[in-house]
Design a protein around this ligand. Structure first.
Ligand code: FE2
Ligand code: FE2
Length: 135
């Protein structure tokens, strides 16, 4: 889902705008994740790089929001972002050395499990913080 959809349907800088942007990002993550699962070799390295680029931007948006709202748990949330990026970097390094298994494990197991837990426990709070501050 493109960001423009959010700009067209919500008030700028409102809680619902942020919620929409984060949901659009999550839809992009799912698209990039499935693309990466279907390829190997150089295309896998490219797909992991796109995934990383996306995650870094998405995490920055969330972390800025939490910091701006002085939300409790912001540091813990950022640490959980750093953890999944470290796993991804490990997978990228392995692919660079010709080993596909760490990337497959990251894509098939670690990332989906991390996403579910992170989303349920931490990302939900980002939306709450903003919806509360927009009232
Ligand atoms: Fe997050
Ligand atoms: Fe998120």
């Amino acid at each position: 889902m493109p960001y423009s959809h959010c700009f067209a349907t919500t008030r700028p800088h409102s809680g619902s705008a942020l919620t929409c942007l984060l949901a659009a990002d999550d839809a992009d993550l799912v698209r990039l994740w499935s693309a990466a699962r279907g390829v190997a070799g150089v295309r896998l390295a490219d797909a992991l790089a796109s995934l990383r680029h996306h995650l870094v931007e998405h995490f920055a948006l969330e972390e800025q929001s939490l910091t701006a709202a002085a939300a409790p748990g912001a540091e813990r949330h950022a640490r959980d972002h750093a953890t999944v990026l470290a796993w991804l970097d490990h997978a990228v390094d392995a692919v660079g050395r010709g080993a596909l298994q760490p990337a497959r494990r990251f894509l098939d197991e670690d990332l989906p499990r991390w996403f579910q837990l992170h989303h349920a426990n931490l990302d939900r709070q980002v939306a709450h913080v903003h919806l509360a501050s927009a009232r």
